[in-house]
Design a protein around this ligand. Structure first.
Ligand code: FDA
Length: 304
């Protein structure tokens, strides 16, 4: 049953008509628990509140299904606007983005041009930019582009997914780039030809890559709500004398807030991933797919 629901939400998230419908009707169906509103103002307000509770932020202007050059440029302009709002408001936040929303499926050149514009503005404002990792089809090209950009910019990082078989090799290749990595388990529906089908293997690989990256001395963002992974990281840094400024924990807005607060109290750096914008549907479906129990939360909201 759970597998069925997961597959259903993953497919819905990719459905263009459903996305259009959701855009038209605004933030409903309980999505506001996971998305910080439609506008830049609401994203900055949420960031301020999170900063006041001791957490730093990464803002993500949601933009999925970009098919034209014009849409890609609009999405780039929104990222730049977000960077300017971060700088003006003084909130402690960096930026996360998806390269498909900057035209990756249209042409690599267009996407590189847009990435350079964003990274340039970010560098002028001393803001770090993280490239989210999307589905397997985009993995190789995302890594290739990251490596190219990394030679020009210090303020760029990327994400690595533990569920892929190729991940250990990718980590070895990234070693020479001193990459600032966000490590995640992986959120997309991938085939068993490219990814571990069993959760226990994903978890094992996740621990392996956390250890690899931290012991290699590179900055590591452990992005997980899994207490076992968090305990593992705490133990690892303690046993190896790794200082608190070489890593941070990251969690999604609205998820495991008590755990976030506990980590802040214990003195760890906690960054909250805050998505915002009218293109919230695909993001919301991925969160439901991760945890079908969230559906009860959504149904309760409908009933209110
Ligand atoms: P796991 O799925 O094992 O869950 C552990 C526990 O966490 C659950 O038992 C539950 O208590 C809680 N939990 C997890 N997900 C929840 C949810 N949706 N709602 C409520 N509780 C939940 N993926 C990707 O492919 N590319 C990317 O760029 C990113 N970026 C990213 C940034 C950040 C900051 C985070 C935290 C995650 C991502 N992800 C991602 C998503 C990631 O790959 C993964 O799908 C989710 O984090 C869920 O996996 P966990 O590690 O939390 O563990």
């Amino acid at each position: 049953m759970e597998v069925l629901m997961r597959t259903m939400f993953q497919s819905l998230g990719k459905n263009h008509s459903m996305n259009k419908l959701a855009k038209k009707y605004g933030l409903r169906m309980g999505a506001a628990r996971f998305v910080a509103g439609d506008s830049t103002e609401s994203a900055i307000q949420t960031s301020k509140e999170l900063n006041n509770s001791g957490k730093v932020v990464t803002l993500d202007h949601l933009g999925e299904f970009v098919f034209t050059e014009e849409e890609a440029r609009l999405s780039t302009a929104m990222c730049i606007q977000t960077l300017e709002a971060i700088a003006e408001s003084g909130v402690q936040s960096n930026l996360s983005l998806k390269m498909t929303s900057l035209g990756l499926d249209i042409s690599k050149e267009l996407c590189m041009e847009n990435m350079r514009r964003i990274l340039h503005t970010a560098r002028m404002n001393n803001i770090f930019v993280r490239i989210d990792m999307e589905d397997y089809l985009h993995c190789q090209i995302s890594l290739d582009m990251y490596k190219e950009l990394r030679k020009e910019f210090d303020n760029v990082g990327i994400v690595i997914q533990a569920y892929l078989y190729r991940t250990e090799q990718d980590m070895n290749d990234l070693h020479q780039y001193q990459a600032n990595l966000r490590l995640v388990k992986g959120a997309y529906k991938e085939s068993p030809e490219v990814s571990f089908p069993e959760k226990k293997d994903v978890d094992e690989n996740y621990k392996k890559i956390i250890k690899m990256h931290l012991l290699n001395g590179h900055y590591t963002a452990v992005a997980s709500h899994d207490e076992e992974m968090i305990q593992y990281t705490k133990r690892l840094v303690r046993e190896n004398g790794i200082s608190n400024d070489q890593f941070e924990f990251q969690m999604l807005y609205g998820i495991c807030v008590e755990l976030q607060d506990r980590l802040v109290k214990e003195g760890y750096k906690v960054r909250v991933y805050v998505p915002y914008g009218i293109d919230w549907f695909g993001y919301f479906m991925r969160r439901l797919a991760e945890r079908p129990a969230n559906v009860w939360f959504v149904l309760k909201n409908f009933a209110k």
